[in-house]
Design a protein around this ligand. Sequence first.
Ligand code: MG
Length: 257
Amino acid sequence: MGSALPIALPALKTNPKFIFFTDFDGTITVQDSNDYMTDNLGFGTALRKEGNADVLYGRRDFRDSFRDMLDSVKTPFNECIDILRQNITLDPGFKAFFEWASENNVPIVVLSGGMTPVIRALLAHLLGEEAVDTLQIVSNDVAPRDGKSINEEGGWQIVFHDDSGFGHDKSLEIRPYARLPAEERPVLFYAGDGVSDLSAAKETDLLFAKSGRDLVTYCEKEEVVFTTFNDFSDIHNTVKEIVAGKLTVKEAATGRK
Ligand SMILES: [Mg+2]
């Protein structure tokens, strides 16, 4: 094995046999923080849902639709974070899964279409400051607009992770692990709920799609193999059985239940 590997592939640092990639908004949290800001501080639910449908059915790139959503939010960034801290809650099963994963050498990598400072602030609030530092977070960022400060009215904008139509192409982070030679390659999981997960949906060995959400529709449309979850306790049970060798990823991929 080349010594450069752990740098390029940070989740291999502890030689795990399993890696858990996950979306953040609406997956680790109950509510989607970007949807929440758009619906309550920006152009509202109806336009946001229209935008999501355009992306789901391939009429528009996620990147453009998502930028429009966030551009409609003029509230200073620090106020947005305060409002989100008061309104966004953690999936009821995530904390137990997070603790189990740390104890069992299953690294969790957060791949998000949201913005790093929001994710860090929410995780620090919901899970604790120390916990945040143990998770690798790969996401979009935020920057000031037109010589303003991000904490002024209309002062911030999203900065995308890459040049793809997804804004953040989540497959870029997963694929180097997926391409490892069989004897070095961990089993890869992914959990998500919506249109920001389309770029990741086909990359892992087992995809958990949140019940009743857009990602389920997409997987059925594209014939991507998946299983559904209601909250992280479902994921926890399935991953624990797979890690214990009682269930295979193939057996677990039962589609819509
Ligand atoms: Mg999501």
